[in-house]
Design a protein. Structure first.
Length: 278
């Protein structure tokens, strides 16, 4: 009874450490987003001003950019207001907001995360659970693995669909604009920009292989879900007369094999095309 209570307390400590690890990861993502917002907002106004200046100098007495300049005035005013707001928030020490905007804040959180992960490893090494309990715990973590694979597959699928949309629409738009006779000089830049966007999208699609990544992740998630449903319902390869422990061992081996195959496919996709063909 005392051993069971001690094991339960150790598991609660591990769950608390898991919660702290997830909270630290969330804080790191938020800190990186704040730094990106800070840099983007502070650099947007001078960047837009320089671009307008270069454009006006290049188009002097050739192209009338008066409408473009007038249209950019509200944008510049909005960026200046946003810059003032962000600067006020990032320098305000109330509720420690200033610290969260500092450059090394995310780095300190990453150090805390590594230390917390190491504490969890040490706590896990001290916790001695029987293999049967570990396999039961492993089976209950499989749904989260399935959800992770599917969310990553969905993200790659969205990127692939967005790039394919740019390629299809951009190709048609560039061909149509290039086929127009006597295209005014300002609109020729639209054709150039569209062709450039199509080239970038096609290059990213071919190099990063978003469609293949999405397909393999979805395939692995479906295979693991099939194994999980089969062992839970006792059907398929798990419907024999073998005991529950043997089924769990077989299930764990199957899931680990599927995850290993997915890692190998991921490594193959990360290799350059010339290396894979060789």
């Amino acid at each position: 009874m005392a051993d069971t209570r001690a094991a339960g307390q150790a598991i609660e400590r591990l769950l608390a450490q898991d919660r702290k690890i997830m909270d630290l990861r969330h804080q790191i993502r938020a800190a990186r987003l704040r730094r990106f917002t800070l840099v983007a907002v502070f650099s947007s106004t001078p960047t837009l001003t320089v671009l307008l200046l270069i454009g006006n100098i290049a188009a002097w007495r050739r192209i009338d950019l008066l409408r473009v300049n007038i249209g950019c005035i509200p944008i510049l005013v909005a960026l200046l207001i946003l810059t003032a707001i962000i600067a006020n928030v990032s320098t305000d020490s109330l509720w420690d907001r200033k610290e969260k905007w500092e450059a090394d804040y995310a780095g300190n959180l990453k150090v805390d995360l590594e230390l917390e992960i190491e504490r969890k490893r040490l706590s896990t090494a001290e916790l001695t659970l029987p293999p049967q309990t570990r396999r039961h715990v492993y089976r209950e973590t499989v749904p989260s693995v399935i959800e992770q694979y599917r969310s990553e597959g969905m993200r790659y699928r969205r990127i692939h669909n967005a790039l394919q949309s740019v390629i299809i629409i951009g190709s048609l738009a560039a061909s149509t604009a290039a086929g127009l006779a006597e295209t005014p000089p300002p609109y020729k830049w639209i054709t150039v920009g569209t062709s450039f966007a199509v080239g970038i999208s096609a290059g990213f699609t071919g190099y990063f292989k978003f469609r293949e990544r999405s397909f393999y992740l979805q395939q692995t998630a479906d295979s693991i879900e099939e194994e999980y449903d089969s062992v839970t319902l006792g059907v398929g390869r798990y419907s024999s007369d073998q005991d529950e422990e043997a089924k769990l061992i077989d299930f764990t081996q199957r899931v680990e094999t599927l995850k290993s195959d997915q890692r190998k496919r991921q490594q193959q996709l990360d290799q350059p095309t010339e290396h894979v063909q060789a």
